[in-house]
Design a binder for this molecule. Structure first.
Ligand SMILES: Cc1cc2nc3c(=O)[nH]c(=O)nc-3n(C[C@H](O)[C@H](O)[C@H](O)COP(=O)(O)O)c2cc1C
Length: 301
């Protein structure tokens, strides 16, 4: 068996696969599916300081071989979230919390609550509107840096910054997040997309533009991993369109040290088992003893 243990700086992972935020519910409600033991971590749905109601239906729509979602990050707020969660150490996988907010101060409050709940790391979902400046945090290096500084100051846990493929300059945002103290980066969240329903002649989602995910976004996220890995020395979690072992290998060669699987869970909840088998088979037939040795391999001359 190939050595699958990897690490994101000071954060060790027993497996290179992470279950992406929002695609395995609140993690505990997915535990019965019997798939989480294959993962190095599972990320809970993003949570804010106050409850967010989310958008009305329709919030999900198939589109061009992938999926559009416009859920609006519905969540009960950090206090209710904490009381709804079981003892996290009883779950078959280490759990990461995912923080959202509309200001740096709100992100910091959520990070404090998540830390107290027993998560092992905090992913900062920067794909949120910045109410103070109007644009999404992930699109603005300075705003992204301010959020990561605030989260960094509120927790001793490893902090990951989750960026957007829609950034005009992904390296600038990645650099700002890293300089502000992010231990690792997650590249990437969904890409903006739109579908039109020919019966209603209206957008398929109530929020019109939504987050596009699944197989078709792999080249977009892979390009982000490639560019950031070439420019910065920071551990990267590749995320976007992963559904096979070969996808995982591509992300590692582009510069990832771990990967997150999202939309593939909707069609195949136990997809992680199959992907790990495929990674192992590829590594064996290519005489790779440790998966980690592939990281960044496509950059070398
Ligand atoms: C239904 C759905 C809900 C999601 N919810 C969240 C979320 O709460 N927080 C977050 O950071 N990302 C969320 N995402 C984005 C995924 O975690 C992932 O970054 C993205 O879908 C790209 O990976 P994929 O192509 O493997 O799905 C969500 C994605 C989907 C499809």
């Amino acid at each position: 068996m190939t050595e699958m243990k990897v690490s994101l700086g000071r954060l060790p992972l027993r497996s290179p696969l992470i279950a992406a935020a929002g695609t395995v519910g609140s993690v505990y409600d997915f535990a019965d599916v019997d798939a989480l033991s294959e993962y190095g971590a599972a990320v809970a749905k993003s949570v804010s300081h106050e409850p967010w109601p989310g958008r009305p239906p329709p919030r999900l729509a198939p589109a061009g071989g992938g999926m559009l979602n416009g859920i609006g990050i519905q969540n009960p707020g950090i206090d209710a979230w904490r009381s709804s969660m079981p003892d996290l150490s009883s779950l078959p996988v280490p759990v990461w919390g995912s923080a959202v907010g509309t200001s740096a101060a709100e992100y910091a409050l959520v990070a404090k609550g998540l830390t107290a709940s027993g998560v092992v790391a905090i992913e900062v979902n920067l794909s949120c509107p910045n109410l103070e400046e109007g644009t999404m945090f992930a699109l603005d290096p300075a705003a992204a840096g301010r959020v990561i500084t605030a989260v960094r100051d509120s927790t001793d846990l490893p902090v990951g910054a989750k960026l957007s493929p829609n950034s005009e300059d992904i390296v600038a945002v990645a650099r700002a997040a890293t300089e502000a103290g992010a231990d690792f980066l997650v590249l990437t969240n969904t890409a903006w997309g739109l579908g039109i329903d020919l019966d209603t002649r209206k957008p398929t989602l109530s929020g019109m533009v939504g987050g596009y995910s699944g197989k078709p976004i792999k080249p977009l996220a892979l390009r982000c991993v490639w560019e950031v890995a070439a420019a910065l020395d920071v551990p990267i979690v590749g995320c976007g369109g992963i559904s096979t072992g070969e996808d995982v290998i591509e992300y590692f060669l582009a510069g990832a040290s771990a990967v997150a699987v999202g939309t593939a869970h909707f069609a195949e909840p136990r997809v992680g088992k199959r992907i790990l088998r495929q990674v192992d088979a590829w590594c064996r037939s290519n005489r790779v003893r440790e998966l980690a040795e592939l990281t960044g391999g496509a950059h070398s001359e």
